[in-house]
Design a protein around this ligand. Structure first.
Ligand code: G3I
Ligand code: 9MR
Ligand code: ZN
Length: 572
């Protein structure tokens, strides 16, 4: 078996493939149908316990000419094909982004944008607030995943991946990916995120608290969105949702300001109200599904990272100098000498609580802080990239150290076996997001090193490690599978997505990232077909019933979109 990134490689980057046996290898040019004499350096990287086989790394970085190739061995093995070209990740990047359009709730997907995946409008009824008689309208937003629920933390995290990517490397985003808003003078990434932000905005109460989710009481069957007629419920307010909401609304108020100042202002106002609610409710109001309800829980016993992120963003964004803001905000602000200082103090206490409950090097896997469960690296981004350093030097240095030490740990993990920053225990539900989040952290750390520390060699090493994570996802793994639909000779085909299961179209929607191998054995299908003790990389089934290894979801796609956009060199 020879496994490669089936989408391909950038001409100027390191190129690496993996074989499970030693031998002589050569590159074959697919167009010319001829063997090349480009050298391939083979290294025995030892036994990889995540894969269950010995790993030979094949370095073919000397291959720089644009083309389509594959690798062959003297034992008769052949890899999937791959491209080498500067824009090799462009189509992938746009498909990962277009995925969000296909997840839109409450909109007819027209043929001119959706092609064969056109579908009727869905979920238009009112939603019943749990514990009251009231029914309200919760419009728009993206379906979370293979189910049709809409969850605040999940949505906020997906939007954060996308808007931070936009803030950090805006040149990577195209303004015409064929969504209904394309061509309106606003980058499509902002058009797409706005569809979710408007949903999020409707989840906030007048007092600033934000409801956890809107879903049916139990998951619907395998039907198209329009045929899901279960009653929808708005579940209680939680500190987790309110904090994630506050943070993401701050980012939104910055990035939309040049395009739509009124919208930016209303985002800031809602963020402010959420921040006030958080200060008045210092305890974690963790969420658990009520009796009989089985939709996604997104439960989280620790809310200090969420609060840290919220206060970091508020500290950075809620300037008192926004004089034209709503009057109520200024009045409330005068209660403290400076609202900024209030946020700073709250930030410090959340950071301290987070550090106390997350001792490092205690044998657990390292948190990446870039997912729904832990958002501490988002907090780091908010502080580190604040041009005005409103946190002050000391906190700025502390957050920089947190991010860089995470990146160092991830880079160090790539030493033996597959060059991936993953330990055995990291292959949990959504392992491809763990994989991809770590690429995002490495990228962010590379940006910090380059921009403020001038450490170019270290930045390059982090970028190389981040690319290795992407190579794994796109095919360089023990399954010899590409985990993005439509990308690669061996792309997975049978996601747990209610739309795909019920739409009568043979192929899945392209550009969906699978959750990937999962050692938790959390669905009946995987329990039946995979033996306990199977190496983590192989605990995967390309079957729609294996939702713990083969579902798709917004914050997995957005995580990979972040990394892919960074490495797309076609537009810069
Ligand atoms: O945080 C612990 C970690 O400390 C521990 O080492 C590890 C091993 O058990 O578990 C970690 O917790 C896991 C948690 O995800 C955080 O990553 C849980 O075991 C695991 O069961 C949980 O899985 C989540 C799953 O829902 C079940 O709750 C996934 O992350 C989450 O992505 C997934 O989300 C679902 C929604 O509920 C419904 N919509 C679809 C969506 C995607 O499948
Ligand atoms: O489709 C559901 C998926 O989105 C969730 O991630 C998963 C875990 O909560 O549950 C799936 O729904 C299954 C339910 O939990 C049990 N009955 C079968 C449902 C469809 O496979
Ligand atoms: Zn819907």
């Amino acid at each position: 078996m020879i496994v490669v990134n089936e989408t391909g490689y950038l001409p100027d980057s390191e190129k690496i493939a993996v074989s499970d046996e030693n031998g002589e290898f050569c590159i074959v040019d697919d167009n010319e149908r001829k063997k090349l004499d480009t050298p391939i350096a083979v290294t025995d990287a030892g036994y990889d316990e995540t894969a269950g086989h010995r790993v030979y790394r094949l370095d073919f970085s000397d291959l720089k000419d644009i083309g389509i190739y594959h690798i062959e061995s003297d034992k008769g093995e052949a890899s999937a094909s791959f491209k080498v070209e500067p824009g090799v990740y462009k189509t992938l990047k746009n498909a990962l982004q277009k995925f969000f359009y296909f997840q839109r709730c409450g909109m007819t997907l027209e043929e001119r944008y959706a092609g064969p995946f056109k579908r009727d409008i869905c979920h238009q009824g009112l939603s019943h607030i749990v514990g009251s008689e009231e029914k309200i309208s919760i419009p728009k937003g993206w379906h979370d995943a293979g189910d049709y629920g809409r969850y605040v933390s999940a949505g906020a995290v997906a939007v954060a991946h996308m808007l931070y990517a936009y803030e950090l490397f805006p040149g990577a985003f195209d303004d015409n990916i064929n969504i209904p808003e394309s061509g309106n003078g606003v980058p499509d990434i902002l058009n797409e995120c706005r569809y979710e932000l408007e949903f999020l905005s409707s989840m906030q109460d007048e007092d600033g608290g934000v409801h956890h989710k809107v879903t049916s009481w139990t998951f619907c069957g395998f039907v198209m969105p329009k045929d899901d007629d279960k009653e929808m419920f708005v579940f209680p307010v939680t500190s987790l949702s309110t904090a994630d909401f506050a943070a993401v609304m701050c980012i939104a108020s910055r990035v939309y300001e040049p395009y739509d100042p009124d919208f930016a202002r209303s985002c800031m106002h809602q963020a402010y109200l959420a921040g006030q609610w958080l200060m008045e409710h210092p305890d974690n109001t963790d969420f658990h599904d009520p009796e009989g309800c089985n939709t996604g829980e997104y439960t989280d016993p620790c809310d200090s990272d969420e609060r840290m992120w919220a206060y970091a963003e508020l500290m950075r964004t809620d300037y008192d100098i926004r004089q034209d803001m709503d009057r109520s905000m200024r009045t409330a602000g005068s209660k403290r000498e400076s609202r900024q200082e209030g946020y700073r103090q709250e930030f410090v206490s959340a950071l301290t609580a987070y550090e106390d409950s997350h001792p490092r090097y205690d044998g657990r896997s390292v948190d990446d802080g870039f997912g729904w469960n832990d958002v501490s690296s988002f907090a780091a981004i908010a502080v580190i990239f604040d041009p005005d350093k409103r946190s002050g030097e000391e906190l700025h240095d502390r957050m920089t150290a947190m991010l860089i030490s995470r990146a160092d740990e991830f880079a160090a993990m790539q030493e033996g076996g597959y060059p991936i920053s993953m330990k055995k225990e990291d292959f949990i539900w959504g392992s491809n997001m763990v994989m991809s989040n770590r690429a995002d952290i490495l990228i962010t750390a590379a940006l910090v090193l380059r921009q403020s520390m001038g450490a170019d060699d270290r930045a390059k090493a982090y970028e190389k490690a981040a690319l290795n994570q992407i190579h794994y996802i796109l095919g360089m793994n023990a399954m010899d599978i590409s985990y993005v639909t439509g990308f690669g000779d061996n792309a997975f085909k049978d996601p747990h997505n209610r739309v795909t299961i019920s739409d009568d179209i043979e192929r899945p929607i392209p550009g969906e990232l699978s959750g990937g191998p999962c050692i938790l054995f959390a669905d009946e299908k995987i329990k039946k077909h995979i033996k306990p003790g199977t190496p983590p990389q192989r605990c995967y089934l390309d079957h729609h019933l294996s939702y713990s290894s083969n579902e798709i979801t917004i914050y997995w796609n957005s995580s990979l979109l972040f990394a892919t956009a960074y490495f797309d060199r076609s537009t810069r």
